[in-house]
Design a protein around this ligand. Structure first.
Ligand code: ASP
Length: 318
């Protein structure tokens, strides 16, 4: 590859990735550059052998399609091997094994552990027990710092910058871990404006809001139609059914917002529509063919390139 990063300049070497708070403008620049190189290499050659001889465990205690598969794709395109643990029902976890013991085991078998777990803070707990780097692939309603990386890369790829953009975050801001991670990232740029669009009951947690509002301009509303015309990015999320104890309440809220071609008539030509997926009705299928929709092709592909970048930086010195 064209650019190499020596170990002194590689801030990710042997590091855990637990929260978006670990990203800085400088280390994001490195990730964007390396992700771009990964994209070029994959498009030209399909794969490379940066992780030859390395093994990575994918330990998933919660359902996942894209995150799991894109990590596996990233590992394989880098020439590495993986230990998949997705059907946790068939593992010793069902015998009552602690998270710490499970992680200690896989740290002995592999060079890194990617973990998804329903509890907030579980990745941190896993990292404390592990002798190899741990990557948080979603800890309950906490964070999803590799999704935010691909989201960030998708925005930068389209606009060439984050500075000055108006970003509307829509839907379940209370439980949506992709929102919790992405908002920390984009608020590194003081000239960004963030519209928080949700029903009152699904508002962004105060602890996050308090930190963010010191950094960037925030506008809170429950009306998507009132902000759509001024948005550069419309980041839509699903109402997180699995976090509700009252399913009647979920039913009432699940289609609070539906992005339709009609609504998008108000949006700018340059606006992009994002979604971490899966969607369950909050973006209608006839929006998919709109050139402003980036949730199918761009975000999905970028998920592989950014995870390739992150894994190679964590596991190889330069
Ligand atoms: N796939 C994303 C996540 O794991 C978004 C979602 O499930 O709504 O958080």
């Amino acid at each position: 590859m064209g650019m190499t990063i020596d170990s002194m300049n590689n801030p990710f070497f042997q590091q855990d990735i637990l929260s978006s708070e670990q990203y800085t403008k400088d280390n994001l620049n490195i990730l964007v550059k390396v992700s771009h190189q990964m994209k070029e290499v994959v498009e030209k050659h399909g794969s490379l052998d940066l992780l030859k001889g390395k093994l990575i465990t994918a330990l998933f205690y919660e359902p996942s399609s894209r995150t799991f598969a894109s990590f596996v794709a990233a590992i394989q395109r880098l020439g590495g091997g993986f230990i998949p643990l997705q059907g946790i029902t068939y593992s010793s976890v069902t015998k009552g094994e602690t998270l710490e013991d499970t992680v200690r085991t896989f740290a002995c078998y592999s060079d890194a552990v990617v973990i998804r777990h329903p509890e907030v803070g579980s990745a941190k707990k896993a990292a404390a027990a592990s002798t190899v780097p741990v990557i948080n692939a979603g800890d309950g309603v906490g964070e999803h710092p590799t999704q935010s990386l691909l989201d960030y890369y998708t925005i930068v790829e389209r606009f060439g910058k984050i500075d000055g953009l108006t970003i509307s975050m829509v839907g379940d801001l209370l439980n949506g871990r992709t929102i919790h991670s992405l908002i920390k990232l984009v608020s590194l740029y003081p000239s960004v404006k963030i519209n928080l669009v949700s029903p009152e009951i699904l508002k962004l947690p105060e602890v996050i809001l308090d930190k963010i509002k010191k950094k960037v301009k925030i506008f809170v509303t429950d009306r998507l139609d009132s902000v759509i015309a001024k948005s550069d990015v419309v980041y839509v999320t699903r109402v997180q059914k699995e976090r509700f104890t009252d399913l009647n309440l979920y039913e009432k809220l699940k289609h609070y917002y539906i992005v339709t071609p009609q609504l998008l008539k108000k949006a700018k030509k340059s606006t992009i529509i994002m979604h971490p997926l899966p969607r369950v009705g909050e973006i209608s299928a006839d929006v998919d063919s709109d050139p402003r929709s980036v949730y199918i092709k761009d975000q999905m592909r970028n998920g592989v390139y950014t995870r390739m970048a992150l894994l190679s930086l964590i596991l190889s010195r330069n």
